[in-house]
Write a protein that binds this ligand. Structure first.
Ligand SMILES: Nc1ncnc2c1ncn2[C@@H]1O[C@H](COP(=O)(O)OP(=O)(O)OP(=O)(O)O)[C@@H](O)[C@H]1O
Ligand SMILES: [Mg+2]
Length: 160
């Protein structure tokens, strides 16, 4: 388990961080996004999708818990389980996602699916500070997410 803290002081800066993060994604990553309402979780996800030039693909209305963004190289699944509980979330299609090397799973309010996914995940906790300041705490759980975090920290040191 590795931990690292990054601060941003505007939405644009969080988008820039998301852009750096997008550049090191290869497919197969799982990211849990935590923190209160309005902390910046969705901004971060949209920043990743924009940086990778992904298009949101139409999902059925009954599947509002999840949005898929994709291009030829990546499939990004943005899941938001606000106010849901474990027993209320069934079959989001994880088996297929986990078999797909292009799939990246980004989940806000992820507790209901915590036990349905592999343990190797990067946890990103957005904390509200003064005004537009955000403290972003990243914690790796496993080898894949540890390498991801190391790469991100190197990029942040160089250019953030
Ligand atoms: N440093 C910052 N980083 C990210 N967003 C910021 C920052 N400063 C201000 N904001 C604003 O905070 C809001 C973050 O909204 P966002 O939808 O990303 O929150 P969220 O964490 O996804 O909340 P929810 O749990 O309701 O989904 C946006 O209105 C954004 O413009
Ligand atoms: Mg959100």
């Amino acid at each position: 388990m590795k931990k690292s803290i990054i601060q941003t002081s505007s939405r644009e800066q969080t988008l820039a961080l998301a852009g750096l993060f997008a550049g090191i994604l290869q497919g197969g990553e799982i990211v849990f996004l935590r923190g209160p309402i309005g902390a910046g979780k969705t901004v971060f996800v949209k920043g990743i999708a924009a940086a990778l030039h992904l298009k949101s693909s139409p999902t059925s209305a009954s599947f509002s818990l999840m949005k898929e963004y994709k291009n030829k190289k990546y499939r990004l699944f943005h899941i938001d389980l606000f106010r849901l509980e474990e027993g209320e979330v069934f079959n989001l299609g994880f088996e297929e996602m986990l078999e797909d090397e292009q799939a990246i799973i980004l989940a806000e309010w992820p507790d209901p699916i915590g036990r349905m996914l592999p343990q190797d995940r990067l946890e990103i906790h957005f904390k509200l500070k003064q005004g537009d300041e955000r403290e972003i705490e990243l914690t790796s759980h496993g080898k894949i997410s540890e390498r991801l975090l190391e790469k991100l920290c190197n990029l942040v040191k160089k250019s953030f």
